[in-house]
Design a protein around this ligand. Structure first.
Ligand SMILES: Cc1cc2nc3c(=O)[nH]c(=O)nc-3n(C[C@H](O)[C@H](O)[C@H](O)COP(=O)(O)OP(=O)(O)OC[C@H]3O[C@@H](n4cnc5c(N)ncnc54)[C@H](O)[C@@H]3O)c2cc1C
Length: 390
C-alpha cells in the first residue's frame, strides 16, 4: 500500500511520541513508526526500574501536549531538594526548591507511565497515524522528500522524515549522518527499593572516584537508583541477591534512609557520549538520543530530547506544510539546538571526567569546588535555573 504524509517520525519512544503529540492540531499529516508499541497497563504493585527526572521545562511541554494530565499523580515523586556529595563527606552541595522559589526542582516518574501517556496523546490526535508494530527496511530521498518502505511492504512518502529511533538510529545511518562516539567504559545500573525512613523528596547523589550513585525519590517510601560504574562493579552488583543489593546500596549512601529492601531487581545500560556531525539534512531531522547521548549523571538525556521537540515543533508550526522538509527551515532547528546540546554534553562529560579520577590534586579540587559552590548563593541560583529550565 502507498501512503502520503507531510512528516514521518521513525521511533515512537518518549521523544518521537512527544513530537507527534506536539504536532496535533496542525494541518500536517503525521505518521509515527514504532517497532515495539508500548505497554498500556501493568500490575499496580510493580515499579518500573527506568525512571526519569523530568525538568520543569519538560513538564511544561508535556502539559501543553496533554500527556502530563494522563499521568497517575500517586506515582510521581516531586524533588523538593538535592544534595550532592563528593568523596570527602565534609563537602556537599545542596539545592532547595524553596530557595529557588518553586514547588519542586523536578519530578521523578516511571518511563513506562510517561511512554503510555505520550502514546495516548499522539494516538488521540486525528492527524497522527500510529504505524506499529512496523520497521522501515529502506529509505530513499528524492526532490519532493523521501520514501520509507516498511517490513510489511507498505511504501510511505513524506516531505520530512524525523529520526527519533534512539542512540543506534537506523534513520541516521540511512541518511549518511556520521557520529563521533565515545564509550564511558561505565554502565548505568538501575533498581528500585523501599526504604525505612522517609526521603522527604530529597534526591541525593554521591560522586565517588570510581562512579556516581544517585538516589531518586519515588512516590511513597521508595527510591530508585542509578549507579554509574565500571564493568567489574556492574557485574558484581548484578550478581548480588536482592537482599545483598539492598544492603550494598544503603551502605554506599551511608545508610541515610535506614534499611533498604529491593522491589525491582537491578538492570544495567551501557553509557556512551555521542555527537552527531549534523542534526539535519534536506528532508531529514534528528531528535532525542538519535541526535545526542549524554552521561546520565545530570539526569538530562530525555529532557534534552524534549527540548529538541519543543524547538522543532515550534519552527514547523510557523511554516507552510509544503515547506516542512525545506533545508533552510531545518537549518534553523539545527542552529537553535546546537548550543544547548553541546553545553549539556560538555558539562556532563566534564563532571564525569573530573570525578572518575583518583588523582589526589583533582580529588581535593573537586571537593573544594563543591563546598565553595555551596557557599555562593548567586552561582547556585544560576545552576538551578539552568537545570530546571532546560
Ligand atoms: C541509566 C540511565 C538513566 C537515565 N536517566 C535519565 C533521567 O533521569 N532523565 C533524563 O532526562 N534522561 C535519562 N536518561 C536518558 C534517557 O533514557 C534517554 O535520553 C531517552 O530514553 C531517549 O529517548 P528517545 O525517545 O530519544 O530514544 P529511545 O528511548 O531509545 O526510543 C527510541 C524508540 O525508537 C524505536 N525504534 C528504534 N529503532 C527503530 C526502527 N528501526 N524502527 C522502528 N522503531 C524503532 C524503539 O523501539 C524505541 O521505542 C537515562 C539513560 C540511562 C541509560
Amino acid at each position: 500500500m502507498k501512503r502520503e504524509f507531510d512528516i514521518l517520525i521513525v521511533g515512537g519512544g518518549l521523544v518521537g511520541a512527544a513530537l507527534a503529540a506536539s504536532l496535533r492540531d496542525t494541518t500536517f499529516e503525521i505518521g509515527l513508526i514504532e517497532g515495539k508499541p508500548p505497554a498500556q497497563s501493568w500490575p499496580e504493585e510493580e515499579w518500573d526500574s527506568r525512571v526519569y527526572a523530568i525538568s520543569r521545562a519538560s513538564r511544561r511541554l508535556l502539559q501543553d501536549i496533554g500527556a502530563w494530565q494522563r499521568l497517575d499523580t500517586a506515582r510521581l515523586g516531586p524533588v523538593a531538594a538535592m544534595q550532592i556529595y563528593g568523596d570527602d563527606s565534609r563537602n556537599a552541595l545542596a539545592f532547595d526548591a524553596l530557595e529557588a522559589g518553586v514547588d519542586d526542582l523536578a519530578v521523578i516518574l516511571e518511563s513506562r507511565q510517561l511512554q503510555a501517556a505520550l502514546w495516548q496523546s499522539a494516538g488521540d490526535a486525528p492527524n497522527v497515524s500510529l504505524i506499529a508494530p512496523a520497521r522501515p527496511v529502506s529509505f530513499s530521498q528524492h526532490a519532493e522528500g523521501a520514501t520509507v518502505v516498511l517490513d510489511n511492504g507498505d511504501e510511505l512518502h513524506a516531505r520530512l522524515v524525523v529520526g527519533a529511533d534512539g542512540a543506534q538510529s537506523w534513520l541516521r545511518q540511512q541518511a549518511g549522518i556520521t557520529t563521533r562516539s565515545e564509550p564511558y567504559q561505565q554502565w548505568g545500573v538501575v533498581a528500585n527499593f523501599t526504604i525505612e525512613r522517609p526521603h522527604l523528596g530529597v534526591a541525593r547523589q554521591w560522586f565517588f572516584d570510581d562512579g556516581v550513585l544517585a538516589w531518586l525519590p519515588l512516590a511513597g517510601q521508595r527510591v530508585s537508583i542509578v549507579w554509574s560504574c565500571g564493568e567489574a562493579q556492574k557485574d558484581e552488583l548484578l550478581a548480588l541477591s536482592p537482599e545483598q543489593l539492598a544492603v550494598r546500596v544503603a551502605d554506599a549512601g551511608g545508610n541515610l534512609l535506614g534499611r533498604f529492601s529491593t522491589i525491582t531487581p537491578a538492570a544495567a545500560f551501557p553509557l556512551r557520549l555521542t555527537h552527531v556531525d549534523e542534526l539535519i539534512k534536506a528532508g531529514v531531522a534528528l531528535v532525542g538520543d538519535a541526535a545526542h547521548t549524554v552521561h546520565p549523571l545530570a539526569g538530562q538525556g530525555v529532557n534534552l530530547g524534549f527540548g529538541d521537540v519543543a524547538e522543532l515543533a515550534r519552527l514547523l508550526k510557523a511554516e507552510h506544510p509544503g515547506r516542512c522538509g525545506d533545508y533552510l527551515v531545518l537549518r534553523r532547528y539545527e542552529r537553535a539546538r546546537r548550543e544547548s546540546i553541546y553545553l549539556m554534553q560538555g558539562v556532563c562529560h566534564g563532571l564525569q571526567k573530573l570525578f572518575n579520577n583518583s588523582n589526589p590534586w583533582l580529588k581535593s579540587l573537586r571537593n573544594f569546588g563543591l563546598g565553595l559552590t555551596d557557599g555562593l548563593p548567586w552561582l547556585k541560583q544560576q545552576l538551578i535555573r539552568h537545570a530546571m529550565d532546560h
